[in-house]
Design a protein around this ligand. Structure first.
Ligand code: G3P
Length: 221
C-alpha cells in the first residue's frame, strides 16, 4: 500500500451509496489522477462490485466478517469481498466495533487472502493493543470528533503522537488518523505530527463540492 494515503470512507451516507457512490468514486479517481496522490475508497459491501469495476484506484470494504465459507447467513465472506474487487478492508470502525477475538481472527484471515487491513482504534491504548495483531495500518479516531468540524490534528494532536509512539514500540504498523478532518491544513498538521495519512468521511462525502475539498486535502498530503 502506497503511503501517505487518504482513505475516503463512504459510510452509508446517501451521497456514498449506489448510483451516488459511483458519482463520488469517479470524482475521487479524477483527483487521484490529477494530483498523483494515493486515494483509497472504502465502500459498503453491496457497492464493492459496482465501484471497483468503475475506478482504477483501490477500493476497500467497510466491514468484513471473520468467517470461512460455510453456513453463515447474512455475513460478509472475506473471499467474496475480494472476488468483488476489495483490495482491503476497514475493521473495528467506531460505528462497527469488533470483539477483540473476532478482530484478531479478521486480521489473520485478511492476511491469508492478501487483503490490506486498516484497524480503527478510538484511542492510543486501543491502538497499542491492536498493534499486536500486526495489521497493515491502524487509524486512530476519537469518536467524539467523528462527523464534526474540528479535526483530530487540531483538537487532540497528542492522540496522534501518542498513538504513533505506542504502536511503533509493538510493531511496524502505519498509523493514520481521522475524525473531523475538513481542510488541507488539517491534513498538513496530521502529516507533520507523523501520521501516514488520513481516514475521512463527511468532509468529502457530504461536501457541497467534493472534488474541490478532496483536491485541497490531496494537495496537502
Ligand atoms: O471513517 C472515517 C470517520 O469515522 C471520520 O468521519 O466524518 O469525521 O471524517 P468524519
Amino acid at each position: 500500500m502506497k503511503l501517505p494515503v487518504i482513505i475516503v470512507n463512504f459510510k452509508t451516507y446517501v451521497e456514498g451509496t449506489g448510483k451516488e457512490a459511483e458519482r463520488l468514486a469517479k470524482i475521487c479517481e479524477k483527483v487521484a489522477h490529477d494530483t498523483g496522490k494515493n486515494i483509497v475508497l472504502a465502500v459498503e459491501e453491496v457497492d464493492l462490485n459496482r465501484i471497483s469495476s468503475l475506478v482504477d484506484i483501490p477500493v476497500f470494504s467497510e466491514h468484513m466478517d471473520p468467517i470461512h465459507p460455510g453456513a453463515h447467513t447474512g455475513h460478509n465472506l472475506p473471499q467474496a469481498l475480494k472476488d468483488n474487487g476489495a483490495e482491503g478492508t476497514l475493521l473495528n470502525h467506531s460505528e462497527d466495533r469488533f470483539r477483540i477475538d473476532m478482530l484478531k481472527e479478521s486480521v489473520k484471515i485478511a492476511k491469508e487472502l492478501d487483503l490490506v487491513t486498516v484497524v480503527c482504534a478510538n484511542d492510543s491504548d486501543t491502538a497499542e493493543a491492536v498493534a499486536a495483531f500486526e495489521p497493515d495500518m491502524i487509524a486512530v479516531e476519537p469518536p467524539e470528533l467523528i462527523g464534526g468540524d474540528i479535526s483530530v490534528s487540531t483538537a487532540k494532536p497528542e492522540v496522534i503522537t501518542d498513538t504513533i509512539e505506542k504502536v511503533k514500540k509493538v510493531a511496524n504498523v502505519s498509523v493514520l488518523c481521522g475524525a473531523g478532518v475538513k481542510t488541507g491544513e488539517d491534513v498538513k498538521k496530521a502529516i507533520e505530527l507523523g501520521a501516514d495519512g488520513i481516514l475521512i468521511a463527511s468532509g468529502v462525502v457530504k461536501a457541497e463540492d467534493p472534488e474541490k475539498v478532496l483536491r485541497e486535502l490531496a494537495e496537502a498530503l
